[in-house]
Ligand binder design. Structure first.
Ligand code: UDP
Ligand code: MG
Length: 319
């Protein structure tokens, strides 16, 4: 299968400190494969010089492609755009911050040559990430696996290789709230993993503050499971049942005994508690309705300001 074209997708958001180095490392690794390749940088509305740097690189290196978003659409959307533009027989997704070591791509490509259609990177160790990040990540994967029926491998990120076939199927899934690695698991095909040590961020800071992590987790859970809705009804049933029993007891006491019921405080407490629970459950339902609303609007997933691709005319001419 030599002479195949490999696309590498790099989503980037304010990565000016690293992106030059990332390019050099990616180029080194990809040159060593002897395959043709394209490096697709998706600029997710960076406010710094990331796009300019890539644009300058693209003048000298025709394998560099830039997709420039009109604003920030988010990491998962950036990856999706990369896939829409990728032409490769295999597509690799890698972070811009060098936390995913580019050298691992060689092992992924080797597995792909063996016939695997999805090769995901499995983090056996995470360097330089806070305990908070690691703990929340662990909790997230546990919850996700408990709530969903799709088997999403733990300790994997979006660092992975997918075959052209998988990419084409993925492009057909048009949902707006995308959790790409879940979608890839859902699709199936022959999957395997390669292990790697997740490095520290080469420079810059994480673009996933807590708020984004929560959104990410909610997207992941709601797009693969409606169990939270079911849990809502279970809780509802349980509370109603217990309340009914309690009502019977109260009636019995009122009619057949002369125990007087005092308790303004208890009524208020119970009221507050149940109101709280009801609001939470309404919120859960709201999460789903909001997402249905998102889907029905049918807006495009992203808006591209411009794409820069030097070899526009002859995508596969030079070998
Ligand atoms: N990223 C992006 N858009 C965003 C946030 C992040 O394209 O809105 C990119 C970012 O540039 C990086 C990758 O997604 O290449 C992963 O982000 P980051 O390294 O900040 O996340 P972490 O590794 O801390 O989970
Ligand atoms: Mg990172």
């Amino acid at each position: 299968m030599s002479g195949s074209l490999i696309s590498v997708i790099v989503p980037m958001y304010n990565e000016e400190e690293v992106i030059g180095t990332t390019f050099t490392r990616l180029k080194e690794v990809m040159d060593s494969t002897g395959d043709r390749y394209e490096l697709i940088f998706v600029n997710d509305g960076s406010k710094d010089r990331s796009a300019v740097i890539i644009q300058e690189l693209s003048l000298q290196h025709k394998e560099v492609v830039l997709i420039d978003f009109s604003r920030n659409f988010g990491h998962q959307i950036a990856i999706t755009a990369g896939m829409d533009y990728a032409r490769g027989d295999a597509i690799i997704i890698i972070d811009a911050d060098l936390q995913d070591p580019p050298e691992i791509m060689l092992q992924m490509i080797a597995k792909w040559r063996e016939g695997y259609e999805v090769v995901y990177g499995k983090r056996i160790k995470r360097k330089g990430e806070t305990w908070f990040k690691k703990a929340t990540a662990k909790l997230f994967y546990r919850t996700l696996n408990a709530l969903t029926s799709v088997d999403i491998p733990t300790d994997t990120g979006d660092f992975r290789l997918i075959d052209r076939k998988v990419c084409d199927v993925l492009k057909g899934l048009k949902e707006k709230n995308r959790f790409v690695r879940g979608l890839i698991s859902w699709i199936g095909f022959k999957q395997t993993s390669v292990e790697f040590v997740r490095e520290e961020r080469f420079a810059g800071v994480t673009k996933y503050p807590l708020k984004r992590m929560i959104k990410f987790a909610l997207d992941a859970i709601t797009s693969f499971s409606y169990k939270p809705l079911r849990i809502a009804s279970y809780i509802g049933f349980t509370i109603s049942f217990v309340s009914f029993i309690y009502l019977l007891i109260v009636l019995y006491q009122r009619l057949f005994t002369n125990t007087t019921q005092v308790g303004w405080a208890s009524i208020v407490a119970i009221n507050l508690l149940f109101n709280g629970i009801i609001l939470i459950l309404l919120g859960v339902i709201g999460e789903y309705i909001g997402r249905i609303y998102e889907e029905t609007k049918n807006r495009p997933l992203y808006i591209v300001r411009e794409t820069i691709r030097q070899d526009e005319q002859s995508p596969v001419a030079d070998t």
